[in-house]
Design a protein around this ligand. Sequence first.
Ligand SMILES: NC(=O)c1ccc[n+]([C@@H]2O[C@H](COP(=O)([O-])OP(=O)(O)OC[C@H]3O[C@@H](n4cnc5c(N)ncnc54)[C@H](OP(=O)(O)O)[C@@H]3O)[C@@H](O)[C@H]2O)c1
Length: 366
Amino acid sequence: MGFSESISSVVHKLSTASATTLAIIIFSTLLVCGYSIKIMGNNVASSTLDRRSTAIQVIHSCGKGQYLKGKVAIVTGGNTGIGLETCKALLSAGCKVYLCSRSKQGGLNAIEEEIKTLGKGNYKVDPENCNNILVNELDLNDLNTVKKFAEDFLKVESRLDLLVLNAGIMATPKRELTVQGFEKQLGVNHFGHSYLTNLLKPLMIKQDFESRIVCLSSVAHSMSDIDFDDFFFENKRSYKPMVVYGQSKLCNLLYAKALANKLKDTKVTAVSVHPGVIATGLWNNYGVFVKTLANAFIMDKNIPQGAATTIYACVHPRISNPDLRGAYLADCAPALPKTAIACDNNNEWSNKLYDFTEEQLKLKFN
Ligand SMILES: NC(=O)c1ccc[n+]([C@@H]2O[C@H](COP(=O)([O-])OP(=O)(O)OC[C@H]3O[C@@H](n4cnc5c(N)ncnc54)[C@H](OP(=O)(O)O)[C@@H]3O)[C@@H](O)[C@H]2O)c1
């Protein structure tokens, strides 16, 4: 090797090494910056309800002591994440909670690990209240289990104050179908919940007191529109995991709006919620790299903060205001949906979705 070749080889090696080093330095700096901004944000104390509020703070700000005693709530996907924190906060104010879980054992473990202990929310539920939570199996992937849960519930309960449609899956890598043949993300996130609502709604409608249906949507509603000619991503549109998730979350938002309109002459209201972006099992379809980046840059809340807007939707007196029927909520306040279709100013999309949903449920499951 001549002198000039040696020099160029050394320069090449150095530049490759320094490019790698530079990339590592930039990546690490960005991560540190991302985390620092998040930590600063989470540490700012707040006297009013906002994006930093936790579920238990919302509970305490809306009433005193056991003010939910005598009320009954159902929370789907209650065994983990936002749903579990929602169950815990409601239970702590005396509400009777039906925790729905795909597996009974998963729900029972959750009570031991998060509800009877300080857990992520850093508070325990009074042992007396712990008898007031009931674990039930419900798999939104199979409408037979939804039917069984609803029938069992209606046999033993005569009231339902809060129906929290929380369970969800995100970014299933390949197109899969539910037992009844719905694309899986749409089937679990939207159709399973709509079917459950259909079965429980008659009880809520006949009650002479206020009740609420809370649909967990997401800011991801802006990642898709709705194409009724290819709703299930079978023909015209190719299957893109996050786009399908986006459509399912848009459905949750529009469904709450449609329900609120259909039920406007009753004491039942419905709202949708963006909980924040939170590190939970929802992200498990992504690898470590994406999760680390998401954690540093887009995740903006911890789990107790992530359940705060759901609790706000359940207990805040402001939600009784007729102007907030069907509203989209974020950071413990009403928020503007991100797209024109989600704003749905003339109710065209929500009405169409409602009718389409009813038709599909009849078609695929009687
Ligand atoms: N985390 C976020 O960044 C974020 C952002 C916006 C919106 N959301 C929404 O918030 C809701 C709660 O999500 P999370 O973050 O708390 O996620 P999570 O921790 O993964 O909880 C999801 C829950 O849904 C349940 N679930 C999944 N498939 C089900 C099925 N087929 N039948 C019944 N239950 C099923 C899960 O049960 P298993 O434990 O058995 O899987 C789990 O209990 C979801 O609707 C999600 O779309 C979350």
